[in-house]
Design a protein around this ligand. Structure first.
Ligand SMILES: Cc1cc2nc3c(=O)[nH]c(=O)nc-3n(C[C@H](O)[C@H](O)[C@H](O)COP(=O)(O)OP(=O)(O)OC[C@H]3O[C@@H](n4cnc5c(N)ncnc54)[C@H](O)[C@@H]3O)c2cc1C
Length: 441
């Protein structure tokens, strides 16, 4: 077992951990029997402490495809497989992921445990809605086969349960049929926040939608944004392009943590203005590769280093639709008035919630990165109260600092979840820094 300083994507917190990396299912049983407590880790792409603990079991070597039904688009794999590896296998065969987050460098186990959402949540829901069944190794050493129909309570508390119900071993899920590896993309420029929220409604028939907001802009153009809409392109829509599946593009890399003066209000303002100006027309239509449409940030490896050694926080909250406009406006105003460097914020529309402990609820979600400074956490505590008052909540997989009281009062099924965990894990075998901080176990 190696001893390491571990951190997740936002470089905060950093914790000392013993890490073991099982290769076979039997190794997980041994770990479970021998360890007094641990958490399972995927690829460390969460932004906080969900996959940190003094003992971490990495699932990354447990990454085989077990079955691919190419005719029906159903895949079974071990939980440590990366979405990027799945895409390499399925895209040339005419299939795509049913739901994908903004990076393809996460594991299937991580996708289930956070019940991740993509740009199509308002149409297709979150990852859990596409799971046929899965195998979970429970804290007492039993294999639980579960789905929405079988052992359904176990299933739903595992989806979005942040790894606390057991070790997700295998997952079977359905894929989405595609004709090409391209997206028919529409970009619409909006001059302010109210306009972009109206545009989301107007274009909600699109499968994919997301808006990038310049959150530092004040005055009449407060909330100016670019709304991006997309549909999978068909072969005729490619207008004779040679390749139906584009070649992978090259990646750049940020070689080291930037010193903190590089990222300040001025440099971020300049970046946001250039991004907005680049989209010079009110409406632009184009054909984009799936890679550039879904994973623009993956083109720069280690981009998280631009926030410096102290790291950053990604603040992602959702507010219900009925007070969504008001809530987003008020919270974004508070953030924008602070002027703490954040690149474009990401705004999405959510459809209805399925899993009892999942983050998603019908409404609007906003996510933005803020570099850590001495006053940040006190400020975010104030924002948490506003989110709570609007009936919203904070995304656990992006959280590194929320107080336990906020979690318990904003997730309506929090107490059912904690009771379920005490039943299945009375000895508290599976514990993360997040579950301790939020008094979940
Ligand atoms: C650039 C970027 C963009 C992102 N965009 C989105 C987005 O659009 N939508 C979205 O929903 N999320 C998004 N995320 C967050 C990311 O999808 C989630 O945090 C995801 O869970 C990370 O998966 P991972 O494999 O890296 O797992 P980790 O970060 O290592 O762990 C995340 C959680 O999964 C649990 N876990 C992992 N594997 C297992 C297993 N085998 N068994 C049990 N539990 C397990 C861990 O215990 C932990 O609680 C983004 C992250 C980044 C870095």
């Amino acid at each position: 077992m190696a001893s390491d300083l571990l951190t997740n994507w936002n470089n905060y917190p950093i914790e000392k951990s013993e890490v073991s990396s099982p290769v076979f299912a039997e190794d997980f049983y041994t770990q479970l029997a021998e360890s007094s407590s641990f958490i399972v880790r995927g690829n460390g792409r969460c932004y906080g402490d969900a996959s940190l603990s003094p003992h971490v079991i990495s699932a990354l070597k447990f990454n085989r495809v077990l079955n691919f039904d190419e005719a029906r688009g159903i895949l079974t794999c071990q939980s440590g497989l990366l979405l990027s590896d799945i895409l390499d296998l399925i895209m040339p065969r005419g299939w795509f992921l049913p739901v994908t987050p903004g990076t393809r460098f996460i594991t299937v186990g991580g996708a289930v445990a956070s019940d991740v959402h993509g740009k199509n949540h308002h149409k297709d829901g979150s990852f859990s809605q596409h799971i046929v069944s899965m195998k979970v190794l429970s804290p007492n050493g039993e294999i639980v086969v579960c789905s929405a129909l079988e052992n359904s309570e176990y299933f739903w508390f595992t989806c979005g349960g942040m790894g606390l119900t057991g070790i997700i071993l295998e997952v079977t899920f359905t894929l989405k049929k595609i004709e090409t590896g391209y997206i028919k993309q529409v970009q619409i420029k909006s001059e302010g926040l109210d306009e972009v929220l109206d545009l989301f409604e107007q274009y909600s028939h699109y499968t994919y939608s997301v808006a990038w907001i310049d959150c530092l802009k004040k005055g009449p153009h407060f909330g100016r944004s670019i709304l991006m809409l997309g549909e999978h392109a068909t072969i005729p829509e490619l207008n004779g392009r040679q390749h139906v599946y584009p070649k992978k593009s090259k990646t750049l890399s940020v070689p080291f943590h930037f010193p903190s003066f590089v990222l300040n209000g001025l440099s971020v303002k300049a970046f946001n203005s250039v991004f907005y100006a680049k989209n010079y027309k009110r409406e632009m239509h184009s054909i984009a590769s799936c890679e550039s449409f879904f994973y623009p940030l993956d083109a720069i490896l280690h981009w998280n280093r631009i926030y410096g050694r102290k790291g950053f926080v990604q603040y992602q909250f959702v507010v219900p639709k009925d007070r969504g406009k008001e809530g987003i406006r008020e919270i974004l105003t508070r953030i924008s008035n602070k002027g703490w460097g954040s690149f474009l914020a990401v705004l999405k529309l959510f459809g209805t919630q399925q899993g009892p402990i999942s983050f998603n609820m019908e409404g609007y979600t906003l996510a933005l990165d803020i570099p850590i400074n001495a006053k940040l956490f006190a400020f975010l505590d104030e924002l948490d109260i506003m989110v709570k008052e609007y009936g919203g909540r904070i995304y656990l997989t992006k959280d590194a600092r929320m107080k336990a009281e906020i979690f318990h009062s904003t997730y309506p099924n929090a107490s059912r979840f904690t009771s379920f965990l005490s039943e299945i894990d009375p000895e508290k075998k599976i514990v993360s820094s997040l579950s301790r901080r939020l008094s979940i176990k």
